[in-house]
Design a protein around this ligand. Structure first.
Ligand SMILES: [Zn+2]
Length: 286
């Protein structure tokens, strides 16, 4: 793919001001989001999209403050563009998800800073942008190994990254790391996701907006209960196992054969078919 096509498909950004000092940057035809939060001293960019090479220029048109760059997690559509900056703050566990980045669109090695400095993020860290403090919470391994949530205490927003999505949350080992794939355990993934959802619920009084990165950016808090129901329903049989994935892009990938879509009210997820059957104790699929 040449640079022009890359920019048209994966690096065509639009943006709007959603709250004071809070920019939403949308790409992939409005299905995926990055966020730019401005304090009085600094701005913080949440995620960097694909390795298209044109994001920094775009972001620097929106703010004249020095930009701190962070990742919700180390996946190709969230961290691919990291090398446009000299340093990026990423969860301390990001190394586990490193192989997934090789699948990104664009060439990470062609970016200006392919060997950018990683500043590890830990649970409990705080990033002070000037009269706007962002708190960091480490998520347990559910969507991936390197997920953190960001709580914007100034504008009262909780950023849940890929663990909140209206279409589906991907709840399977997708680090492209063969050692970890072998150890994949759906029971652990579901219980960790449950823990993460309860963490989001425990912060309830501190945010008004619940935000994800794909397929909708502000979610009603009832989604947290629906996703809890989805997890619990795998054990009680109340969660629906669908016959089809209903995802044209994933269906083009050989991984599709290994996945099932599950649903409970507004919540849906992809999990490994074989591991799901193990928990149900029988093959519920046709
Ligand atoms: Zn992801």
């Amino acid at each position: 793919m040449d640079q022009e096509q890359l920019e048209q498909i994966f690096g065509h950004y639009t943006s709007w001001l959603a709250k004071p000092g809070t920019w939403v940057i949308s790409f992939m035809n409005g299905t995926q989001f990055l966020f730019l939060l401005e304090g009085t001293e600094k701005a913080m960019l949440i995620d960097t999209g694909y390795a298209v090479g044109n994001l920094r220029r775009y972001v620097e048109q929106l703010t004249d403050k020095p930009v701190v760059v962070v990742n919700t997690h180390f996946h190709p559509d969230h961290s691919g563009g990291n090398g446009e900056w000299e340093e990026v703050m990423i969860s301390e566990d990001y190394q586990l998800d490193v192989p997934s980045i090789q699948k990104t669109m664009g060439d990470i090695n062609a970016l200006p800073h392919p060997d950018y400095k990683v500043i590890p993020l830990h649970d409990g860290d705080e990033i002070d942008l000037g009269e706007r403090v962002i708190k960091v919470f480490k998520a347990a391994n559910a969507h991936c190994h390197s997920h953190v949530y960001f709580l914007d205490t100034g504008e009262r927003i909780l950023f849940m990254g890929d663990e909140m999505d209206s279409w589906q949350v991907m709840l399977y080992e997708n680090s492209q790391n063969p050692d970890l794939e072998e150890k994949e355990d759906l029971d652990v993934i579901l219980q960790n996701y449950r823990k993460n959802l309860l963490l989001a619920k425990s912060l309830d009084a501190q945010y008004d907006w619940l935000v994800g990165n794909h397929n909708g950016f502000v979610f009603d808090k009832s989604y947290l209960d629906d996703f809890l129901g989805l997890v619990d329903g795998v054990y009680t049989g109340e969660t629906l196992v669908c016959e089809r994935l209903e995802h044209p892009f994933v269906e083009m990938d050989p991984v599709a054969e290994t996945l099932s879509r599950i649903r409970f009210r507004k919540a849906s997820a992809f999990v490994r078919k074989a591991l799901l059957d193990k928990i149900y104790g029988k093959n519920l699929l046709p």
